[in-house]
Design a protein around this ligand. Structure first.
Ligand code: OAD
Length: 250
């Protein structure tokens, strides 16, 4: 099926859908000039995300890991939500039940005004105590730039860590529960994710197994491409724009 025919068919599914769930990845923020992890520009000082986003990497060199996060925080601070974020924000108010599960920690969906965001991997704009010293709540917002890296926990004097879920760490049970519940839907879209990091990569096929119509929007094929009902090869901001136009006024 051609890209245009797949877009028209998906728009027809969306027109009658009441429960829509969208799973996003770094590709949705690409048009805001935030580099994806596995695409061009994804390396930082020659490190891959897998080399830095682990407890072991943090314990080995907390300053290095914090420098990476501080760099990303400033990149995102200077960025603006793009057309893909804006359309998904409008859809969060358009459908009777809409859930957005994002692997992105940049907060651009929230800045675009999206309702019902499930932050699967946490947030760049939160921190927690590395040693879980007992300060309540366990994660808290910290949006200002840090005076010194690595930043220190005011509760125990130990190290603060970014409020994101790292490789090898479990997804927060409340977040996993909300995401699992969202898979019971009419249409489920995977947008801008390479579908290689689990458990996030299994969400869309999980929705398909429960009966949802599933589609992938990505300029490149992924391991999930063979398991969805429709593959739309294109950039999120362009395909969502086409879909939104076909849907017309709410
Ligand atoms: P990746 O960097 O692995 O994949 C980004 C995907 O976006 C690729 O499949 C690209 O083809 C696609 N892409 C690029 N530009 C696009 C555009 N304009 N529109 C749509 N798609 C586009 O990013 P994620 O799948 O999000 O985890 O990575 C998953 C996780 O790995 C991240 O959450 C992060 C990372 O390490 C943690 O930090 C734990």
């Amino acid at each position: 099926m051609s890209r245009d025919a797949a877009v028209v068919r998906l728009s027809e599914r969306l027109r009658t859908a009441r429960r829509v769930t969208v799973v996003t990845g770094a590709g949705v923020s690409a048009a805001s000039r935030i580099p994806t992890f596995r695409g061009a520009g994804g390396l930082w000082r020659n490190y891959r995300a897998e080399d830095l986003a682990t407890v072991a990497a943090f314990d080995r060199d907390p300053r290095l890991v914090w420098e990476w996060y501080a760099w990303r925080r400033e990149l995102v601070r200077a960025a603006r939500p793009n057309r893909a974020h804006q359309i998904l924000a409008a859809w969060s108010r358009r459908f009777p039940r809409f859930r957005l599960i994002t692997q992105n920690v940049d907060g651009l969906h929230e800045r675009a005004g999206t309702e019902n965001v499930i932050r699967f991997h946490g947030s760049l704009w939160e921190v927690s105590c590395r040693d879980e010293c007992g300060r309540i709540p366990s994660r808290w917002p910290h949006e200002k730039a840090f005076d010194e890296l690595p930043p220190r926990c005011s509760g125990c004097g130990g190290l603060l860590r970014p409020g994101v879920t790292w490789f090898g760490e479990p997804i927060d049970p409340g977040v996993l529960g909300a995401a699992t519940e969202a898979l019971d839907c009419d249409v489920c879209l995977a947008i801008g994710t390479s579908a290689v990091v689990y458990p996030a990569a299994g969400l869309v096929t999980g929705a398909g197994a429960l009966g949802a119509y599933t589609a992938e929007i990505n300029p490149e094929a992924t391991p999930a491409s063979g398991a969805v009902d429709a593959v739309i090869a294109g950039r999120a901001e362009a395909v969502l724009d086409d879909l939104d136009r076909l849907l017309g006024a709410p």
